[in-house]
Design a protein around this ligand. Structure first.
Ligand code: ZN
Length: 231
């Protein structure tokens, strides 16, 4: 489980490997020595193996096989919290997160009724932090005298990542043409290139009022039992 990822991270460091980028076949004795529980088993035809969130795993074929794996995310507080924590850690390590957690959180707030108080709290907190971040970025951009152009968003437009550091860029994009292509930047990378932001076009995908409305409307839903009474 995820509680042991730190131990495995340390073992990677010890062997001069990178936990996020590297590839490693751990030595069982090392894991036993660190009291990491290890399950080792043979997956037979037709078997489905469920690997829980945050569990480090590795697989070896004993013969020919087809390899099918899905990444799934059950909508639980624990899964969401681990997802957010890993997302933040990846940012610090400049490692691209496959799931754009901010974009996902705003979509959850728009489309999902949440009745688990813990999950609700976690999502609401993420919305609050990104809302605050957007406000600060907009203020900064305006202080530099750069115009913010409303751009909106296509219906199934993918979320954006910074072309320099691969961090998810939500709502406020800094665009610069490089070799005839429009490259999205995060604020940090844009500032690194040009502290005055000169030469960048700043696009806004959502209006602040729109985000504020989503934030305000995202509320906890009581659990409905079949008889109609609330639990
Ligand atoms: Zn960046």
């Amino acid at each position: 489980p995820d509680a042991y990822w730190g131990v495995i991270y340390n073992l990677c460091e010890k062997y001069g490997l990178n936990y996020l980028h590297g590839s490693w076949w751990p030595c069982l004795e090392d894991l036993f020595e660190e009291n990491v529980p290890v399950y080792r088993f043979l997956q037979r035809p037709g078997d489905l193996v469920w690997v829980n969130s945050g569990c480090v795993h590795w697989v070896q074929a004993v013969g020919w096989c087809n390899n099918i794996a899905w990444n799934v995310g059950p909508l639980t507080a624990r899964q969401y919290q681990l997802g957010i924590e890993r997302y933040e850690w990846n940012k610090l390590q400049s490692f691209k997160s496959i799931v754009p957690m901010v974009h996902l959180s705003w979509n959850l707030a728009r489309n999902i009724k949440v009745s688990d108080p813990k999950l609700f709290e976690l999502i609401k907190n993420c919305l609050l932090r990104t809302l605050k971040h957007c406000a600060i970025v907009l203020e900064f951009v305006k202080s530099k005298g750069v115009e913010v152009r409303f751009h909106g968003r296509g219906k199934n437009e993918a979320s954006h990542y910074c072309g320099q550091c691969e961090v998810e860029v939500f709502n406020i994009l800094f665009i610069r043409e490089q070799e005839k292509r429009h490259i999205v930047h995060c604020l940090d990378c844009a500032k690194k290139q040009t502290p005055s932001l000169e030469g960048f076009v700043c696009l806004e995908e959502y209006r602040m009022s729109e985000l504020m409305e989503v934030f305000d409307n995202f509320s906890i839903h009581p659990v409905q039992s079949p008889s109609g009474s609330t639990a």
